[in-house]
Design a binder for this molecule. Sequence first.
Ligand code: SAM
Length: 291
Amino acid sequence: MSKPIATLSRTREIMKQYELGFKKSLGQNFIIDANILKKIVDQAGIDEHTVAVEIGPGIGALTEQLALKAKQVLAFEIDQRFIDVLDDTLNPYDNVEVFHQDILEANLLPFLNKHVEEGNSVKVVANLPYYITTPILMKLLREPLPIHSMTVMMQREVADRMAASPNTKEYGSLSIAVQYYTDSKVVMTVPKTCFIPQPNVDSAILRLIKRDQPLANVKDEALFFEIVQASFGQRRKTIKNNLQRAFIDRFSKDMIQQWFEKSGIEPSRRGESLSIDEFAVLANACHDLIQ
Ligand code: SAM
């Protein structure tokens, strides 16, 4: 078998052969260490019943490792220049399909219904373009997609925020948005030296396993997320201050005081000390009182 794509020499060779440069604007930092990719595939639990969905295959380094283990790989790449390259580099694998599409524009529910057979488990695996990590994950989480899990590389700092627990400096509205839908864990950190070109920051692999039901019982999700967001407006302030400030045009101070009384949440607490369940109790009290 030929050398994996994920080596410095093959990556350089392929980029040279097609006279390509890396586009920083599209987050193009390619992995040049096949062992890291094998670990990602391992952590994702890819096997012969898995349909792996990859975002941003680039020249196919991760796609190749997925193709060796998965039943099928469906990969979305925005950069037209790589479509022919992938045709060539992934030629040995007949279980890969590449789609030239912006993942943020993709209509994924009908797509997955069309491409995935019953009994197969859909797992997203990707070295994400870092400039749109959060929008991509929020799209995958908010849409009612038949996805089992996401095992994705991102900036280490963002991974730490997504997996953070209450009462830590990383905990905030992003942690809650992600953990509401998933059980999330940083499974590996990856140094800059494993990429070409090297990014400015270290990276981490986050594994997000989708929950069957969201973590908390929330009556109005939009209101819940609005309250969460507002509670972290100014981290040093109490939730009461943050909510009064954020909702100044919509709700009186008295009304906000009633949310605290009904929920039993102490208004002098800071957002970072509230669990997702406690935010749900507060948002549900607000929902009941403003009906
Ligand atoms: N998978 C390769 C690897 O691990 O070496 C490349 C990963 S690179 C960090 C991110 C890839 O995502 C690039 O190939 C880039 O062109 C692609 N990309 C960027 N924005 C995208 C989007 N909106 N939709 C799909 N692919 C995108």
